[in-house]
Ligand binder design. Sequence first.
Ligand code: BGC
Length: 728
Amino acid sequence: MSAQETSKAIENKVKNLLSKMRLEEKIGQMTQVDFTVIGIPKEQNAEGQIDQAKLEDAILNHHVGSILNTPFTPENKAQSIETWRKLTSTVQDAAARTRLKIPVMYGIDAIHGATYTQNSVLFPQAINMAATFNPELAFKEGEITAREVRASGLQWNFSTVMDIGRQPLWSRLWETFGEDVHLATVMGTSYIKGHQGDDFSAADKLPTCLKHYVGYSYPLNGKDRTPAWIGERMLREYFLPTFEAGIKAGSPTVMVNSAEVDGIPGHANHYYLTTILRGELGFKGFTVSDWEDIKRLYTRDKMAASPKEAVKIAVMAGIDMSMVPFDFSFYDLLIDLVKSGEVPLSRINEAVTRILTVKYQAGLFDPKPLPAVEGNFATAEAIETNRQAARESIVLAKNDRNILPLKKDANILVTGPTANLLSVMNGGWTITWQGLAENLYPQEKLTVLEAIQQKATGKVTYVGGNSFFTPIDIQKVVDEAKDHDVILLSLGEHPYTETIGNIESLNLDQAQVDLANAAIATGKPVVLLTFGGRPRIITSIAERASGVILGFLPGMEGGEAVADILYGDYNPNGKLPISYPRNTNGITPYDYKPMESFELNMYNPLYPFGHGLSYTTFETGGLKVEKDKIKMDENINVSVNVKNTGSLKGKESVLLYINDVAASVTRPNKQLKAFKKVELNPGQTESLNFTLTPQDLSFIGVDLKRIVEPGDFKVMVGNEIVGFTVAK
Ligand code: BGC
């Protein structure tokens, strides 16, 4: 069947099914509950088990359409693949006993691989994937994640985060693809395409979810779930495009911003959820609330005078499914609201049509057998892809006098709270919600220390504890330094996400600063390595260190990837997807406005967006535009050569920026519009071609519409700038 025929057939099936549904069954479809609603309480020590009576109450009596999460809240611990298969089939068995046999859609946060399935392949987090500037890796991550989540019997992935990371303090910065719209668009859509393929009903595919629509990532005070103040121009220019691209890439579900923008909570924003999302972006799938956020319109936001009014506001704003998550209040209240005429039945039919359509599209009514575990789960090939992603995601930021790569026979002193833990390389949403349970991490994976121990032929000494919080004996570091050639100082953050990860300042804690100062004072060369989801302030340490490696959250193969880079078994090529601040208030992004670099103002990060060194050198040159004048609706081709001018093979990402020289709305000094990553042998040159489209030249004009304005444009690659004119 052609895609068109399939969609017509699905439309008919949905219509037919909807016509048979009672109000309660419809509203059940709009209800999503947490696993705890059907699970046996932890106190009864029945890990990963379902209480049949509770299950039947949820599915047979309340007709719930979706379940999320994993045993047990709040720990949300990863389960074995066998447990998952059992749980999800028990749920579907119950659904098969309902009058209309509508399958339940089980959703999970598999944001960097199958987060909640034991021993899955856990990739670098999104901030690292962005640093690879390699969309092919994001595509493969999508493929592997989908396969492993499906193999676990799960049907819906609350990934990918399409928020733009322009607020470095935010505790979920690392869940984004960084501060740039183009980079996030390319990486996010590549992931979706790998995850969903052409048809997400395939046995090894499943639907993605774009989150958190929209403006969630830009809290003014930096704290999760606090207000953003985003004007409409900024919204359209920076925050909507990634969602628009994700919708075009075929993502059928959207999760809603848990906070508020311009005084309107995400869950109450009809303009965003209906006028823009449906009317302008053409989204046809369904929206799901975030965790408990409909209730919070009453309990937190004081926007509704009662829980019932909260349900009404949210549903009428455009929420199709409520992540309630712990009870059936949404179900009960919405039934009342429809019965009293406060919410029209047409709105319910609309929401349920969308939900059922996605269920059909995902093949839930006619499920394919689960992919075999063998050959589909944690394969050697997938682990190798993960290691490659980790290697390409690590940024070598400083390498004074080629301190790196280290010789394998160097005597190395390893210290710092992040040197010997897997959790610090994985971050939140790893095995547990907060990712902190080091004891649950797969023992065979290597920490940085362990990976160094495997590679080094010289002496390796470790001074540190076995938890992030264990105080480190600074005097011992100083004493040991004498017998070593180099100190690897591994600093950073412990894992976190959401409000639990809120902090007051990007400064490192004093214990880490003291350790760094003492290590540097020994006079031995120090290589600073950092892990964590945010750019914590390292300026004074980095300035005195000989080498700096920014690891962020490179995932389960991060230890090996760091050791590969440290010892030159891999030539680093990651580039920063954010501006790394020099000071805590240095939150100017790379695409700053002219006045941010005028008179005494400057863009002065510790490391700029796009920064990242290699053990070889590259030069770009011969930048050319195909024409010096184009019409407003024309494309323009750009070419540039890139050469490996050093003596080692390596990969280089070539970044192309543009600037609109004079415009009716102030334009960024430069904006990334294209990039390509190439691998070159020493002496090798490659010619790269790019096409800039009218969309690339456009911006949100005075009247809030996207326009291209005639005038001069600059194209920038490396040190070169060329220009062209857009004619009237
Ligand atoms: C988070 C979402 C997540 C959801 C379900 C929320 O608290 O904000 O990103 O998908 O929980 O776990």
